[in-house]
Write a protein that binds this ligand. Structure first.
Ligand code: ACM
Ligand code: ZN
Length: 749
């Protein structure tokens, strides 16, 4: 679709800038910014800052030059403002910018450029006074360039847009099980071996490990030190600091593949760079009893700190499986000699030792929130990712130390950003644009000290399901705009419709910068729920309040504005969204089937995901287990009872079952069906062993498993009990993992 930006002009009395500035007073009228912008310093002391403003304008694609008299922008150095603070006033005759630093001036220009871009044709900006400063000191994006290696030039695009959004930190996840991405001169094998993995066509979780050293490893890449220095400089020119992350002691298979002697001696298995999750091999981690491991990390970090001037260096520290440490003589000896209680304290010792080295170089260590389990001796800034960031919050309550919020369930950009039927495959549930925008990190019971210790917010992109830079951009944008708004804009200043209006004006900038982005915010999420009386209630929602949901039951010409409705017959529901007479969302098509169970009540006390009512809603699931159509039971027997409303006669029962060993979803071992007329006395009628082994549970598919009943069976209640087949067997990609049972529909005919 052609977006003519000139049509998207600012509503009267408003400006459209993301993140929303702290204070905005809009006057009447507009000022037209000329195509060639003349910039002058207010006085002698302001000349340097004026020069910076010209450079920033040029960098963002504006034409600007210095002038001695008149001028469209007057720049004034105001040392009383904060480091990232600025003032911007637009008057009928011109624009004034005040800042104390180059960063403040840079941010003033980002604001101004967004205002110009909201009306690219006329270049008018509203008369206004803006006084702006960030809520949080660390405003970040994490890119996992391990799971998906992208060239340095592609990282620049993320930096360009991060800068436009006044984000100041790009956290690069550089090392993991799946690759080592940074040239280290002292350890050349890290990139000769560790940057490359076997090619496996499966989705990330289902990829089997490399079998031996002879298998070719064509997939990967790395950044040379020169390339990375150039990237660091590029980012710094845009007031973005690159935070390097070097993972330890786990998530280190790429380093161990390169230098196997760094793992605990008890490991006698071949370790390659993992193409996927790694299965049990993920428990092969760096030995904490071997001094060579500490030397290795100190050498690596010495080179890292020469490349990255970042005041903070991330040491990872997450998800360290202690199986080998518990069996390793050297690790056990270290526990004894250091007087440690257990292997958790051993990780504390490990992180403390590397932290001390980082501190000796005048830098501060960071780590994922698991580093708090070992009670760090010295300051370490923690990324709160588990739960609501609770582990990091508790740590700060205990120690007063600083932390950064990046809770998985809100700010992990790997998760689906909209109705899953339209999204490319990824993990877990949904983190929609609106979920991120409405996120408030500070809890009601936080003390002011605790609030001050939360120094930042980060959107984190894990890239397990990405193959290209475009895939990564799709997951990051537009959600990074919401991250920026939460991190910058004062608490309590949220206005979702206004944010969306500003976002619409910023999206052409993504197009101009050649950045891919999602349109998921326009799609319809359906929820179909049985009413218990044989009818199904239909709910169709779009997260944009300005999008009108339209539907039709006849054909794809969407004729009705949505209001909740009930449906009692089979058919296809078509739905999408419109705005200003134009279709914006993708076309949702829901084929609805009716059988004797459809629209009927389901009782399932211990369904793990709370979606048991989807079993009788008439709608089949997609192959994504998290699309909200699958009732799931984790690591337990699935048991549920369906009430047909009255005694019915039937001769066929089947159970829609998802099968996908890659994500630990297997067919049940056995399924029992019992029936009852009164809901109390149940009579077993059949037991089925589907006989679908774990090995046969790949690739993903949906199977309707038949539960034999005699023709003319009479019953009102059907009780189904499906036993869990246990953990994924050895030799498979997810070996040893507990499994799920997922059913989308019970079909009774
Ligand atoms: C993490 O997601 N393991 C930090
Ligand atoms: Zn060991």
């Amino acid at each position: 679709m052609l977006l003519i930006s000139g049509l998207f002009t600012a509503a009267a009395g408003e400006i459209n800038v993301i993140p929303r500035p702290a204070k905005v007073d809009v006057g009447t009228g507009t000022y037209t910014v000329p195509r060639n912008i003349g910039v002058k310093g207010a006085d002698k002391a302001s000349q340097g800052l004026a020069k910076e403003v010209i450079e920033t304008l040029t960098m963002t694609g504006q034409e600007a030059s210095g002038v001695k008299k008149g001028g469209d922008i007057t720049v004034k150095l105001n040392p009383e403002l904060g480091k990232e603070e600025y003032k911007l006033s637009v008057n009928p005759k011109g624009i004034e910018i005040e800042a104390a630093t180059a960063t403040g001036g840079f941010y003033a220009v980002q604001t101004l450029v967004q205002m110009i871009d909201a009306d690219t044709v006329r270049r008018t900006v509203p008369i206004c006074k803006i006084s702006d400063f960030p809520r949080l000191e660390y405003r970040g994006l994490m890119l996992d360039v391990v799971r998906c290696y992208i060239p340095a030039n592609e990282i620049k695009k993320f930096i360009d847009m991060a800068a436009r959004l006044k984000l100041n930190s790009l956290h690069l996840h550089l090392t993991d099980d799946n690759g080592w991405r940074l040239e280290i001169k002292k350890y050349p094998k890290l990139t000769e071996v560790g940057a490359w993995r076997v090619d496996r066509p499966e989705l990330f979780p289902g990829r089997l490990n490399q079998r031996n050293a002879e298998e070719p490893t064509p997939v990967g890449g790395y950044y040379t030190q020169d390339e990375m220095r150039e990237l660091v400089k590029y980012a710094a020119e845009r007031h973005v600091n690159i935070v390097p992350e070097i993972e330890m002691p786990a998530h280190a298979a790429a380093a161990i593949a390169s230098y196997p002697e760094l793992a605990c001696e008890v490991n006698d298995k071949f370790v390659g760079v993992f193409p996927g999750i790694g299965g049990k091999d993920a428990s092969i981690i760096m030995c904490a009893g071997n001094d060579k491991v500490y030397d290795f990390y100190q050498d690596v970090l010495s080179e890292v700190m020469e490349i990255f001037p970042s005041p903070m260096i991330n040491l990872g520290g997450d998800e360290a499986n202690k199986t080998l440490w518990n069996r390793c003589a050297l690790c056990q000896e270290r526990i004894r000699t250091e007087g440690l209680a257990d292997s958790e304290e051993l990780q504390g010792y490990f992180m403390d030792r590397i932290n001390a080295f980082v501190r000796s170089k005048g830098r501060t260590a960071m780590g994922w929130d698991e580093v708090t389990y070992g009670n760090p001796k010295e300051d370490i800034v923690v990324f709160g990712w588990q739960g609501d960031g609770t582990t990091a919050v508790d740590y700060s309550r205990r120690t007063g130390r600083r932390f950064i919020m990046t809770p998985a369930k809100t700010t992990y950009l790997i998760r689906y950003q909209g109705p899953q039927w339209f999204e490319p495959w990824t993990y877990f549930g949904n983190n929609r644009l609106s979920d991120i925008y409405h996120y408030e990190p500070v809890g009601d019971d936080w003390t002011p000290e605790l609030e001050r210790s939360m120094i930042g917010l980060q959107g984190s992109l894990w890239s397990e399901f990405c193959k290209t830079a475009d895939d990564m951009q799709y997951l990051v944008f537009p959600r990074l705009m919401a991250v920026a708004d939460v991190a910058w804009t004062p608490k309590g200043a949220k206005n979702w419709p206004r944010f969306l209006e500003s976002l619409d004006m910023l999206i052409p900038t993504l197009d101009k910068l050649g950045i891919d982005h999602a349109e998921s915010m326009w799609n319809v999420q359906h929820t179909l729920t049985p009413n218990g009386d044989g009818t199904v209630s239909v709910d169709l929602q779009c997260e944009r309040p300005d999008a009108q949901v339209m539907y039709s039951l006849a054909d794809s010409a969407l004729s009705y504005p949505f209001s909740r409705f009930n449906i009692a017959e089979p058919g296809i529901i078509y739905a999408s969204t419109m705005k200003d007479g134009e279709r914006r969302g993708k076309l949702l098509q829901l084929p609805l089937n009716f059988n004797l169970a459809t629209g009927r009540e389901v009782v399932a006390a211990d369904c793990s995901n709370g979606l048991s009512l989807r079993l009788t809603n008439g709608l089949r699931g997609s192959t994504r287990n998290s699309d909200f159509e699958w009732a799931g039971w984790h690591n337990r027997t699935a048991e549920f009872t369906i009430d047909l409303g009255e005694v019915q006669s039937f001769g066929k029962v089947s159970l829609g079952t998802l099968i996908n060993s890659d994500i630990c979803v297997l067919a049940p071992d056995a399924i029992q069906l019992a029936v009852s007329e009164n809901g109390v006395d149940f009579m077993p009628v059949s037991t089925v062993k589907p006989g679908i082994t774990a090995e046969e549970s790949h690739p993903v598919r949906i199977v309707d498993i038949e539960l034999p009943v005699e023709a003319g069976t009479h019953a009102r209640y059907l009780k189904i009990s499906a036993t869990n087949p246990g953990v994924i067997p050895d030799g498979m990609a997810r070996e040893g993992s507990a499994t799920w049972l997922y059913f989308d529909e019970v079909i009774v005919e």
